[in-house]
Write a protein that binds this ligand. Sequence first.
Ligand code: CP
Ligand code: NVA
Length: 305
Amino acid sequence: MKHFLELSEWSAKELRELLDLAVHLKREWRSGGNRPVLAGKILGMVFQKPSLRTRVSFEVGMKHLGGDAIMLGPSEIGLGKRESIGDVARVLSGYVQGIMARVFDHQHVVELAQYASVPVINGLSDDRHPCQAMADMLTIYEHFGRLEGLKFAFIGDGNNVAQSSLLACAQFGLDYAIASPEGYELPSHFLDKAAPLIQKSGINIQTLRDPIEAVQNADVIYTDTWVSMGQEEEVKTREAKFAPYQVNAQLLTHAKPHVVVLHCLPAHRGQEIADEVADGKHSLIFPQAENRLHAQKAILVKLMG
Ligand code: CP
Ligand code: NVA
């Protein structure tokens, strides 16, 4: 059974095929609609955290492909509390043809996959956001017409989005730089685990403190919230630590003139991203959000088709 839990579990070739499929499905949708290749199939969507993009794009994606989706919010199934994760996975497998889950602990989505007899998709965990990273690669590819050899600069927290971005860069051949304040770097256990993939990819990686250094020569600048879901109690400390890490017009002057800016959203305007950038000519944040739909359709077709 194939799952989509993190990008290191798929080969570069498979991910490239997924990207090509996303391009195809987007074109097909725009020229009149997708073929109902998932007719009669239902996706169960398990959410332990809030969502706009992930929830809507998966549900709409299933409907465009002839299937349907059901939403299971945090108060409904009590994953691992009302019932064990293994039991939830086995019961759901009898009703739906695929499970998408947004969880806190990454091990919970791993455990769902372990017990499910249908494909499981990670719709964000504390450690990874692989569906986001596929939409990001699609957005960059559409803009530049290529991925290999570009430089991707992540400004901010070494969080789930930063980690999946690095794995995506390694799989698709983009150089990667990250600038984070002390104590908020990419975790060393993540870098150790990703080391073989990075080595194989041959990409250049920079882990830095200085955002200006990180964006030197960058084709893509990426940022995300300073306070991820589940870290709300740390908001004061984090806002103080991350203040010098805002992506604003001044920072953009240090990148390539054609640099594009991405953000997975939701954005905290005036914090990690200034309005002038979010709404400026370098920003691709809304096409990027739309691409969640197209990239995920490819994942759904590949796993459930
Ligand atoms: N980028 C993203 O995953 O957005 P949501 O949290 O709204 O799903
Ligand atoms: N890092 C953020 C991403 C939100 C899409 C979070 O986990 O809350």
